[in-house]
Design a protein around this ligand. Structure first.
Ligand SMILES: Cc1cc2nc3c(=O)[nH]c(=O)nc-3n(C[C@H](O)[C@H](O)[C@H](O)COP(=O)(O)OP(=O)(O)OC[C@H]3O[C@@H](n4cnc5c(N)ncnc54)[C@H](O)[C@@H]3O)c2cc1C
Length: 246
């Protein structure tokens, strides 16, 4: 292949920002147009690379928010002291260019053949790849039963709230609001813990498949909790976003 340009999935490509949409005061969905995008599977991610005028480059991983078959979209939470996320959520406009590499990842993915029941556990922006799975299930008219336990700081921090409100039959959504709750809130008002998992999770005897995503501390605590409930470690898939809070 010497002398031949091979464009693989790990080649950086220039993407155009099609649109940006605010999901919450600190979270934005960015739709990207990538010429020749090969398509992706639910749960995969991409790398995004930014280059400053002086040539300085920074790259970060972002889960794919859209379902397979939909145009590429990512959803980014702004960390005030972060390097890349304030730019993506605050400065980027339709028509701007960024570099994209992907799709990446073959482990934290769900395909119809994987079956269920599915237990989805999200902390903060950890909902992003799980949203891709949920959209994929809805598109496919899947009858796989799903339980989503989604931990956010407050009701205003819940990402994709209206979409989750309209989740199809067979998908039950349970929220845990860790820092503040709206008046009259009757749901969970604490971090995900073992008693909560025991109440919400499918019994291990049903051999559910779990996807856990969010800040590293959230993922480690909840995945260990599921194993404590009898889930085989091989049925608990995890994706860690790093040291970000939720
Ligand atoms: C597979 C994967 C998928 C991801 N998907 C998403 C997604 O869908 N949405 C999303 O919003 N994020 C996602 N992330 C996280 C994302 O990659 C970035 O880490 C995030 O956006 C923060 O980047 P930043 O440049 O803004 O912050 P950074 O500058 O990288 O800083 C991150 C945090 O670390 C702290 N920090 C930085 N440097 C230091 C230091 N030297 N010492 C101590 N603390 C420090 C900062 O204070 C900040 O709070 C994903 C990560 C992975 C690995």
């Amino acid at each position: 292949m010497a002398g031949t340009a091979v464009r693989g999935r790990l080649t950086w490509q220039t993407a155009t920002v099609d649109s940006v949409r605010d999901e919450t005061p600190t979270v934005r969905t960015i739709a990207l147009s990538v010429p020749g995008w090969p398509g992706h599977r639910a749960g995969q991610h991409v790398d995004i690379r930014l280059t400053a005028d002086d040539g300085y480059q920074a790259e970060r991983a972002y889960s794919i928010a859209s379902a397979p078959g939909e145009p590429l979209a990512i959803t980014v939470e702004r960390l005030e002291d972060g390097e890349v996320s304030p730019y993506l959520t605050g400065e980027l406009r339709a028509g701007d260019l960024v570099e994209v590499r992907g799709p990446i990842g073959g482990y934290f993915v769900w395909e119809a053949a994987d079956g269920g029941p599915l237990l989805l556990l999200a902390g903060g922006s950890g909902i992003v790849p799980l949203r891709s799975i949920l959209r994929y299930l809805a598109q496919a008219g899947s009858s796989v039963p799903v339980r989503l336990l989604y931990s956010s700081r407050s009701w205003d921090d819940v990402i994709y709230r209206s979409e989750l409100d309209g989740a199809p039959d067979g998908v039950s959504v349970v929220y845990a609001l860790t820092r503040s709750q709206p008046p009259g809130w009757t749901g969970y008002a604490r971090r995900v813990d073992q008693p909560m998992l025991a109440e919400v999770a499918w019994p291990a005897a049903q051999m559910p498949l779990a996807y856990v995503c969010g800040p590293t501390s959230f993922v480690e605590a909840t995945a260990a909790g599921l194993v404590g409930l009898g889930y085989p470690a091989g049925r608990v898939k995890t994706e860690r976003f790093g040291a970000t809070g939720q």
